[in-house]
Write a protein that binds this ligand. Structure first.
Ligand code: ADP
Ligand code: MG
Length: 333
């Protein structure tokens, strides 16, 4: 935080000051020993010092999660810490990058140490499993919002770009679709029953980092599915100047999503539900045998759901029907 008239913490807020000073907070909850030799200097100075391996491009991405928009204000802080990091690692995974560092800008309504302890636990559990160092950030007071910047490496020329899909490519996804959307409907009370694994998929997405790395040599285009398959695949199609046909019956869905679709007739959920954080990628059919071998060896799953075509637009085959599905998914504006 920069000074000027010091607005944070507000001078009249005894509680905040008594409970935790900004710098105590950073030290206590967000300062850990680095896991990587490349991290020469982490939290504590004006900037972190990070050493770049030769021949690698730096993949950089940033995402903000706003209370009430991206998560429920009363969500369990452990899940929130996990998710704030996971969605950013997912962006690196979608580029085929190996995550190395993250920065965390936190805006908090108050310095609640139980909440911070939970958030840090969820965060570092995931960070340690991917050997990702938290090397800096910012801490301010205001309505709860979390901004995370993620940095990672991908060998030069090997990144998976949205624009690289080619007609004839198979379209694949890494796992089941619609569970997170179903979990959201459950938490919103739109669906009267509960399925814990769908809720878990919403609250604790798994970034497909190993898959992204494995796809460097195999896939053409790749994207992570954060806003629903239809919309995210749509980004690949417009960036690539191509179209696609997707086979509805080939979409991988869980038993819970299947039950929901049968109960309600809402068969769009696996196409439009957000927050799944699976990868959607395209691969030349000539590479499919190699893809199968390579992913199986690493215990990674994939499902072919369609084909890239020259003709623009997204077409969905459902039974005997061919449905135009060119614009669907979550949009902020
Ligand atoms: P400055 O005034 O130079 O912006 P700050 O007071 O904001 O510095 O932060 C002090 C140090 O703590 C910096 O190294 C910064 O990167 C780090 N930092 C601040 N907030 C966080 C946070 N939420 N998580 C991790 N590091 C943080
Ligand atoms: Mg700062």
């Amino acid at each position: 935080m920069k000074c000027g008239p010091r607005k944070w913490p507000p001078p009249d807020d005894k509680n905040w000051l008594d409970r935790l000073d900004e710098f105590d907070l950073i030290r206590r909850f967000f300062t850990r020993s680095p896991l990587r030799g490349q991290t020469r200097l982490g939290v504590g100075d004006d900037a972190a010092l990070l050493v770049a391996p030769p021949g690698q491009a730096l993949a950089a991405s940033v995402d903000t999660l706003v209370s009430g928009v991206h998560f429920f204000p009363d969500v369990d802080p452990v899940s929130l810490g996990h998710k704030a990091l996971a969605v950013n690692l997912s962006d690196l995974a979608a580029m085929g990058a190996e995550p190395a560092w993250v920065l965390l800008a936190l805006t908090l309504p108050e310095a609640d140490s139980d909440w911070l302890e939970g958030f840090a636990r969820g965060w570092f559990e995931l960070a340690e499993s991917y050997k990702v160092d938290l090397v800096g950030g910012d801490t301010t007071r205001g309505p709860l919002a979390i901004t995370v910047q993620a940095l990672g490496w991908v060998p030069e020329g090997k990144a998976l770009r949205r624009s690289a899909a080619r007609p004839g490519d198979w379209i694949c996804v890494s796992g089941p679709l619609g569970d997170a959307g179903l979990g959201l409907k459950m938490l919103q009370g739109e669906v009267a029953w509960r399925d814990e694994s769908a809720i878990e998929r919403l609250l604790r997405p798994v970034p497909r980092v190993a898959l992204g790395v494995a796809l460097r040599e195999l896939a053409h285009a790749c994207i992570d599915i954060s806003d629903g398959l239809a919309q995210d695949l749509g980004h690949v199609l417009s960036a690539s100047g191509a179209g696609a046909i997707v086979d509805w019956s080939a979409l991988p869905v869980s038993a819970a999503v299947r039950d929901y679709m049968e109960d309600t007739g809402d068969w769009r959920l696996p196409l439009c539900g957000g927050d799944d954080y699976e990868l959607c990628f395209t691969v030349s059919p000539q590479k499919s045998a190699e893809l199968e071998r390579s992913l199986q060896k690493n215990n990674l799953t994939w499902h072919r759901i369609g084909t890239i075509e020259q003709q623009q637009g997204l077409r969905l085959r459902k039974g005997k029907r061919l449905i135009d599905f060119s614009s669907a998914g979550y949009r902020h504006f």
